[in-house]
Design a protein around this ligand. Structure first.
Ligand SMILES: [Zn+2]
Length: 1004
């Protein structure tokens, strides 16, 4: 006989008894949970398409409304005015205002938000009084702000379907009720006992003890006579107080409410979701001083701070009491794969600074339960930001391989380690049930090594987090023989306990790759392109602004402007925005943040205007290089003709066009229709005979469920080469400095692609400037380069470094990585030769056998039916090279492709070339130059070792440096971090992939 799916009942007799108990007590008691009821004196409403403040709302004209009315359409807001009068006969009773609707509600009282009400989060009661006293005012007016969307937006037909724009939301209950707490407590006792009886198993005598106790309780209890309840409750208390032995596992229960900063609803709704959820948590804390609540994402604190100052003050009080616990240390819970190394640093820098300013301390745990994989660079970045502990659980979603640990040391590409914990219940939204506690213990893969684990409970995404019921369940399991010990705890207490017993823990080296959601490297290409471009813009603006300040004059570093723009970029890196798993409304918001009037693109360019003159700009045309990669390159914009120029590292020069030593030759082959672009680089032996490079291929792309998220391995079986030429290859530039040819293709039924293939003199890679009109449904476009290279591993750029992944599918772990992510380049090399594939805004890639593929465009239909249906422009490049990719300069070339030279007009006087910084080793990349804050004339420079080598490099600067000190990623000086200023510059020691940050104090 089976009970709930998979869980055997201890005994047929026991199962019958359980059913009997439910009939005899639970059902009638449930009916007695609420006593007398009373409707509101009046109910009226006002509806608006905007999300408006309370003060504006209450001044509007309210019209009569009644229970049963429906409101909408989707995304509108209804404000209800509810006038209530508590009957005097209810003196001494607990009185609730009960509100049920399928929209998300917020109760306002005396101009303050007081309670979130969301049926899906089991929150339908606002407690007016625990025990009504005679003299209390019996009449009151409440306002309820009802958002016309559910917990998960308004998907039409399924959760992740695009929102139904015309959904209506019904008010199904609005009344005062008497709440019988004694009945409730009795029901909680019985629930736990019956769960123990059912779940502990026939071989465990505790299951029978629980059952017999419940049976006795029913016998002594008369549902109609509350005076019989205490005797029944005493029986339950007796069994709950029978304690465990010392060896029992300890569960650290922490309240939580995972709120996606945007997903199936727009950013603006998230602000209200935060307020609804947090005010509910605050109410619960007032009655339960033991309740703790872990809350991440500085951005959400900032939203509540600016939009709900009264609530924020209450949150601050509970933070001070240690109950409301800020965690994570980042601005948002960002995607763990796609943001650049510097972006990830800024997630922590903006986040930790915010927590320090607002709450007087930084977070000591990184908190990212719900993103789609975790970069192998994260451990070093965490350590550099004051964090040595990490909590997540998303790898439990792996489709192929079960991750072998719940508690372990995670070691990144540089060797940094962080103590990592996955709550073994594989969830961050537990309900405090017996079943979940038993699963947490049973599932734990590190039994014997550690005896503590996390248990995050509460409804997420606006569900208001924990409930009283969850707390009351766990109170009964504090230390009850047969069940794990359940403590309300904090992340700090959990990790402190784990640290004490960490001596036997295993270590996982390298990335935490999620074997699911691999489509998120490609979906919503415009968001990804916006991210890459805005990362570049903010980089360049910081470099230029810092150099302008360093050179003196009146220029003010645009610190607050840059902070605002960075925060927009960081917000868009949220784990449902940058991955592209959001609805169309969110995509529109995200693109506005990149390129709208207040966005990064324009905001980032505004300081440019004044900068050139300050940079000493005296030349007719200056060429500016914002990377510390000196060399000769071709600058184009905004000139209409290209010119070959030599620019010093992170500096500028007057444009003095050079003649290419080896011009490009472009000619049409007589025998075929092929066009040959020839330069000095070894392109000819890169492609095996009979194969075509730059081969486009279209795949059917129909995942099992998570449309925008997933590309399944079976899509590979549907490969169709794209071969229909619309316009044959034509020479567009005949050669010399630059040669190019272009062509157009028909893709699928209605999409087209036009490409210009460009080869520049002195440039070791061939560029493919690509335009696509994309109108597909459930198709996946890739471009493939079969290469004449044999290697069992390919190399992929990640944040501040690179890693290798296999090119074969030997094991399930290899095969599950059929689609992976990379940043600016990937490379396949054998000894002495290799081919790299570079890109300016793509992230999805693969290398199988000898074929390098770049993932270009997808066409999912959920949750955004219009995802990627638009015009696209992107550039990728192929770079065959001799020697290793390190020696051949692949990394520098990928930077060049992504950070083109700035060519700017300037005044007429001449000036010599100038370099702000240069680094002695090509293995070291100077990534970031910015002003330190809050120190006025202090500059932060950040460098990393990019080749995977141990070396000493010298950093030279022409800035007036007075003092140099090593610092961490939060820009805090290191103890004994002073660097001597030597003739050759600053001597810097690197180990593989080490990131170094230095404070440079400039002379006035
Ligand atoms: Zn999430």
């Amino acid at each position: 006989m089976l009970g709930k799916r998979g869980a055997p009942c201890p005994h047929p007799w026991a199962a019958l008894h359980r059913a009997g108990l439910i009939n005899r007590v639970l059902a009638p008691s449930n009916r007695r949970l609420f006593g007398d009821r009373c409707p509101p004196i009046s109910l009226s409403c006002f509806q608006t398409p905007r999300r408006i403040p309370y003060s504006e709302a209450i001044g509007q004209e309210f019209r009569p409304a009644k229970v049963g009315d429906s409101f909408g359409p989707t995304w509108e807001t209804c404000w209800f005015k509810v006038e209530l009068s508590i009957p005097p006969a209810w003196a001494g009773r607990e009185v609730h205002f009960v509100w049920e609707s399928d929209g998300e509600g917020m109760v306002w009282r005396d101009a303050q938000p007081v309670q979130g009400l969301t049926k899906e989060g089991e929150k339908t009661s606002y407690i007016l009084t625990r025990s009504m006293k005679e003299p209390e005012p019996h009449s009151l007016t409440l306002y309820v702000e009802l958002a016309c969307n559910g917990l998960f937006g308004a998907g039409k037909g399924s959760m992740i379907a695009p929102p139904d724009p015309d959904r209506r939301f019904t008010l199904s209950k609005a009344e005062l009720v008497v709440f019988n707490r004694d009945v409730y407590e009795l029901l909680m006792d019985l629930e736990i006992l019956l769960d123990m009886a059912q779940l502990l198993g026939e071989e465990n005598q505790r299951s029978f003890q629980a059952l017999y106790t419940a049976n006795q309780m029913v016998n002594v209890c008369d549902v109609m006579d509350p005076s019989t309840f205490p005797a029944a409750r005493d029986l339950a208390a007796a069994i709950f107080s029978q304690r465990n032995g010392e060896s029992q596992h300890t569960i650290h229960a922490v309240g939580h409410c995972h709120i996606d900063s945007a997903w199936l609803w727009p950013y603006e709704e998230t602000i209200r979701k935060c307020a609804r959820s947090w005010v509910t948590v605050v109410r619960l804390m007032e009655c339960n001083p033991e309740l703790t609540f872990a809350c991440s994402q500085a951005q959400q604190f900032e939203w509540v701070r600016s939009w709900y100052p009264g609530l924020y003050a209450q949150v601050q009080d509970f933070v001070a009491k240690g109950q409301f616990v800020p965690v994570g240390g980042t601005w948002v819970e960002m995607d763990g794969n796609l943001p650049s190394g510097e972006s990830m640093v800024r997630q922590f820098l903006q986040g930790q600074r915010f927590f320090q300013e607002q709450f007087g301390r930084i977070c000591s745990e990184f908190w990212l339960p719900d993103t789609f994989g975790y970069s192998a660079q994260l451990p070093q970045l965490m350590r550099g930001c004051g964090i040595r502990r990490f909590l997540t659980q998303k790898l439990s979603w792996n489709l192929v391989n079960a991750f072998p640990h719940h508690t372990f040391f995670w070691e990144g590409i540089d060797g940094s380690r962080v103590l990592t914990h996955f709550p073994p219940g594989d969830s961050y939204g537990m309900h405090g049930r017996v079943e979940e506690m038993l699963k947490t213990v049973k599932n734990n893969k590190d039994k014997g090594r550690v005896n503590h684990s996390a248990f995050l409970f509460g409804f997420g995404d606006g569900g208001g987090g924990p409930t009283q019921k969850m707390l009351d369940r766990m109170k009964r399991m504090t230390d009850t023989d047969g069940l794990p010990r359940v403590q309300i705890s904090t992340p700090d207490r959990l990790f402190s306990a784990l640290e004490k017993e960490s001596s036997q823990l295993c270590t996982w080296v390298g990335e935490l790759f999620l074997e699911l959601h691999n489509g998120t490297y490609t979906t919503q290409a415009q968001i990804k392109k916006g991210n890459r471009e805005c990362e570049r813009i903010l980089h360049d603006v910081e470099v230029l602004s810092t150099l302008a300040v360093a050179r003196g004059g009146a220029f003010q570093y645009p610190a607050s402007q840059l902070q605002r723009l960075w925060r927009l970029l960081l917000l868009n890196q949220f784990h449902d925005v940058l991955p592209g798993s959001c609805i169309q409304l969110v995509v529109e918001d995200a693109l506005q943040y990149y390129a709208g009037e207040q966005g990064i693109w324009l905001g980032g360019h505004s300081p440019f205007g004044g900068l050139w003159d300050l940079l000493g700009g005296a030349a007719e045309v200056s060429v500016l290089d914002c990377q510390a990669l000196s060399g000769t390159d071709i600058g184009t914009e905004p000139l209409c003709f290209p010119a070959l120029v030599t620019v010093p590292s992170m500096g500028y020069a007057v444009r003095e066009p050079l003649l290419p030593p080896q011009p490009v030759a472009v000619r049409r082959q007589v025998s075929t229709t092929a066009v040959v672009l020839r330069s000095v680089y070894p392109t000819s032996k890169s492609v095996p005979g009979g194969c075509c490079a730059n081969q486009f291929a279209l795949f059917d792309d129909v995942p099992l469920y998570w449309d925008a998220w997933d590309v399944m391995d079976y899509h590979l079986e549907t490969r169709k080469p794209v071969t229909t030429l619309l316009k044959p290859l034509e020479i567009t530039l005949a050669g010399g400095l630059r040669g190019s040819a272009s062509f157009s293709l028909q893709i699928g039924e209605s999409s087209t692609l036009t490409q210009e293939i460009i080869l520049d003199a002195t440039c070791p890679y061939l560029r493919f400037l690509t335009q696509v009109e994309w109108k597909e449904a459930h198709k996946f476009l890739k471009v493939e380069f079969p290469v004449q290279v044999r290697s069992t591993n390919a190399t992929y750029e990640i944040q501040f470094g690179h890693l290798q992944r296999p090119t074969h599918w030997n094991t399930s772990w290899d095969w599950a990585r059929f689609e992976v992510w990379a940043h600016k380049w990937l490379d396949l090399s054998e000894h002495g030769f290799g081919v790299a594939l570079l890109n300016d805004c793509k992230y999805g890639a693969s290398a199988h056998g000898n074929i390098l593929s770049l993932s270009l465009l997808r066409a999912p239909k959920s949750p955004d039916a219009m995802a990627d249906i638009t015009h696209h422009q992107f550039t990728y490049a192929v770079m065959p090279h001799l020697g290793s990719f390190q020696d051949a300069g692949v990394i520098q070339c990928a930077y060049n492709l992504n950070f083109p030279l700035h060519v700017v007009p300037a005044s007429s006087a001449r000036c010599p070339p100038w370099s702000a910084f240069s680094v002695s080793s090509p293995a070291v990349v100077l990534e970031t130059v910015k002003q330190a804050s809050p120190r006025g004339r202090t500059v932060v420079v950040r460098l990393y070792e990019a080749h995977g080598s141990t070396l000493v490099a010298w950093l030279q600067t022409s800035l007036p440096v007075q003092e140099a000190v090593l610092c961490d990623l939060l820009e805090r000086p290191a103890a004994q971090g002073r660097l001597p200023l030597e003739q050759r510059g600053l001597r810097l020691s690197f180990t593989p992939f080490r990131v170094l940050s230095i404070l440079l104090v400039l002379r006035q």
